[in-house]
Design a protein around this ligand. Structure first.
Ligand code: AMP
Length: 582
């Protein structure tokens, strides 16, 4: 592990990509297989490969206890060292470097031994047992090795190494095409194994393995329709953006499992989906969203949230928060399995070949997904197909957006029909469009000078809505303006001239200027006079076309808040409608 640590130190010491790659390639090329596997995995800054769901479960306290004991110092000394770098590995090395009996670097444990120790720590039960194994490992490490052991086990390597760079290094080390390394990595999700296949010239043997999750493709945010159309071209594919939780479904024969975005098996949180999946007449891997859905309505995320993280939900929970799986992608598909016997259905990786579709364009993946015959969401059933339409202008996109919102979805996912599925990448193949929930027209009642580059101008606005009953303005939030510098300067002069009262930094101003405010959620709050607060308020624009008489009212805010509470209300009424004994 000392050699690995020296390499990491050198890779971290250069900012030049080509130098990082050649350092890594040279190092990996000379490692024996038993060391190559963990060495490659550790270079991702993880003790176990990404597809390995194990976690060490070793906390700061256990690490601190072992380090301070070895260094003969206190936890306070470790905290001080940590404050200097905000890097636990470096702090540990700082303390251990002053040990009179620091082990000779040539006696530090090998990479395979460190990997073995990580497995033992993971398997040990209880903090004390885990801590003891770790202390024993650390005692054998010189300061530099200890630094990197701690960096790997805390997942904070910080040597400027991206996944693509590591793939390039593996390709370089064993003289293989980088695309082949990348493809194998996508399929098996274990860089250690990929490195071994590259070393042994067997990259083409990499197979997608069912029940080993594939990293999820990610979406990039897009501000508005015009931007989307300009990025993706005149005709785009548009799907509803469902507000649930992302899940990858693997199924073969009688076995089905669900994996979350962080690649954990969440099957036992949604047994009804898993049970229904067993009855599907095909094998494969779906990408989709688990949604709370009942009586023909998508329920808000809030409703689903109550079920998250809970294994084996009770019958009551299952009845109160019914879930559906909306599929939007097909990542792999195999022969139909209707004819399989139960035992054949369990044969896992050795079963009939599954065809990976990751490099196939979305247009073809969607065609194959539709061929599986899932119904639309409104038709009922545990599985549904995502709502997809095409749009060829910014106006069309805006219209589709409103329709998606009317179906109670979060917004839109705009997809490039020619894009492949890029596991773990956030490209332009998928753009998410989740405009603020709604906007409110408010009147500015107070202003303050801003911070940073806005310190000389009045750029923080407190705004209010009108209470229809009393006719008074009641404050609902405060936000920095999203206005241009020129607008801010102009408004500063106006507000200075129309200040009613100065209270320290705060100026109460004439309630005349109308602004449009976007936000994510309305919450009850005692912070503002209205009794509500907006989450993530943003001032979208000035509304000189509107007078203070036209601003939104407290009653509108109450209605919006009620609609957002639909999920919570649904829970109450559902419980009343469907009394289910646990
Ligand atoms: P965000 O979580 O805001 O970054 O948006 C990306 C997430 O939207 C994905 O990870 C999915 O969980 C979710 N999503 C909802 N509907 C879709 C869809 N039709 N296609 C892809 N992702 C979707």
């Amino acid at each position: 592990m000392r050699g690995w640590s020296e390499l990491a130190e050198r890779v971290g010491g250069t900012t030049r990509t080509s130098e990082k790659t050649s350092l890594l390639a040279g190092y990996l090329a000379q490692l024996p297989s038993a060391e190559l596997r963990p060495a490659a995995v550790f270079l991702t800054g993880r003790p176990f490969s990404e597809s390995d769901q194990r976690a060490l479960g070793l906390g700061w306290a256990a690490i601190a206890a072992a380090v301070t004991h070895l260094a003969g110092t206190t936890a306070g000394a470790l905290s001080e060292a940590y404050d200097r770098s905000s890097d636990l590995g470096m702090a540990v090395a700082d303390l251990l470097a002053h040990r009179p009996d620091e082990p000779d670097p040539s006696h530090s444990p090998g990479i395979a031994e460190v990997a073995e120790a990580f497995s033992v720590i993971e398997a040990a039960s209880g903090a004390a047992a885990k801590g003891a194994v770790f202390a024993e490992l650390l005692a054998r490490c010189d300061a530099l090795t200890a630094k990197y052991v701690v960096k790997v086990l805390t997942g904070e390597l910080r040597i400027g190494l991206r996944e693509g760079l590591l793939e390039a290094a593996i390709a370089g080390a064993f003289e293989r095409p980088q695309a082949a390394v990348q493809w194998a990595g996508m399929l098996i999700g274990d860089v250690g194994e990929t490195a071994i296949l590259a070393k042994e010239g067997r990259l083409e043997e990499a197979r997608l393995r069912l029940f080993h999750p594939i990293k999820f493709m990610l979406a990039s945010p897009a501000e508005d329709a015009a931007e989307i159309v300009s990025r993706l071209g005149p005709t785009v594919w548009v799907e509803d953006k469902y507000d649930g939780i992302r899940a990858q479904l693997h199924r073969r024969g009688f076995e089905a499992r669900l994996f979350s975005r962080d690649l954990h098996d969440i099957s036992d949180q949604f047994p009804e989906i898993v049970e229904a999946a067993r009855g599907l007449p095909w094998d494969g891997v779906l990408d989709g969203e688990i949604l709370a859905y009942a009586d023909g309505h998508v329920l808000p995320f809030l409703t689903l949230q109550g079920r998250l993280g809970r294994k084996d939900p009770t019958a009551e929970t299952r009845a109160n928060v019914p879930v559906v799986y909306v599929a939007f992608d097909l990542l792999a598909v195999g022969p139909r399995s209707e004819g399989l016997t139960r035992s054949e259905g369990h044969d896992g990786p050795s079963g009939p070949a599954i065809e990976p579709l990751l490099r196939v364009p979305l247009v073809e993946r969607r065609r194959r997904l539709e061929a599986l015959g899932l119904p639309a969401l409104a038709e009922g059933g545990r599985f549904a197909l995502s709502h997809l339409v095409t749009a060829d202008s910014a106006e069309a996109l805006d219209r589709v957006f409103d329709e998606a919102r009317a179906r109670r979805n979060e917004g839109l996912m705009v997809k490039d029909p020619q894009s492949g599925y890029s596991p773990g990448r956030r490209g332009l193949g998928w753009l998410k469009m989740k405009k603020a929930l709604a906007t409110l027209d408010c009147v500015v009642v107070g202003v303050e000078v801003g911070h940073g580059k806005r310190h000389g101008v009045l750029s923080d606005y407190t705004f209010a809505v009108r209470d229809e009953i009393t006719g008074r303005h009641v404050t609902i939030g405060k936000a920095y303006t999203g206005l241009t510098d020129a607008e801010i300067a102009e408004m500063t002069a106006w507000f200075e001239a129309h200040t009613i009262r100065q209270l320290g930094r705060y100026r109460a101003v004439e309630p005349t200027v109308v602004v449009e405010v976007a936000f994510d959620v309305i919450q009850r709050s005692t912070r503002h006079q209205s009794g509500f607060a907006l989450r993530f308020p943003r001032i979208v624009r000035l509304r000189p076309d509107k007078t203070a008489a036209e601003i939104d009212t407290l009653q509108t805010v109450e209605r919006l808040h009620r609609e957002l509470q639909f999920g919570a209300e649904y829970l109450v009424t559902a419980a009343a409608r469907r009394p289910v004994r646990p």
